[in-house]
Ligand binder design. Structure first.
Ligand code: FES
Length: 139
């Protein structure tokens, strides 16, 4: 039996319907390949702490959206890490150390200007979805 009340409660408490961007960071890997385990964990702790300090991890004040973060075991790139991915932008960053994460937060997440020199792939999913939806509606 599905506990829909519990799920609805999570949707509310986590602010899932207010997510503006979702960040995935490769850290605490089972097999650390893109960077040493402690480097990934240091980045993860920094990302978590700074999003909280800046109040970006939950809606509030004049912001109706929030930034969600997820620690992943491996993003399958496995080199030049820590690897950090921002959706829906579809921007993949390499070498996401605390120093670079601070730039990503300030320039990309707050300023809407991605940190070009650390991007190694750009593939927004929303454009693909929009194109498919559009072609499905206009055969
Ligand atoms: S171990 Fe980091 S991307 Fe695979």
């Amino acid at each position: 039996m599905v506990d829909t009340k519990k799920l609805e409660s999570c949707v509310q408490s986590l602010g899932l319907q207010k997510i503006q961007r979702h960040i995935f960071l490769c850290a605490d890997q089972t097999k650390p390949k893109c960077c040493p385990k402690e480097v990934g964990l240091e980045s993860w702790d920094y990302l978590k702490r700074r999003l909280g300090e800046l109040g970006l991890d939950e809606p509030g004040g004049d912001r109706e959206t929030c930034i969600f973060r997820t620690k992943t075991n491996c993003l399958r790139v496995c080199s030049e890490g820590p690897i950090l991915l921002v959706y829906p932008d579809g921007i993949w960053y390499r070498h996401a150390t605390p120093e670079i994460i601070e730039r990503i937060i300030q320039e990309h997440l707050i300023g809407d200007r991605p940190v070009e020199e650390y991007i190694f792939c750009h593939h927004p999913l929303t454009e693909n979805l929009a194109a498919k939806t559009s072609s499905a509606n206009n055969p």
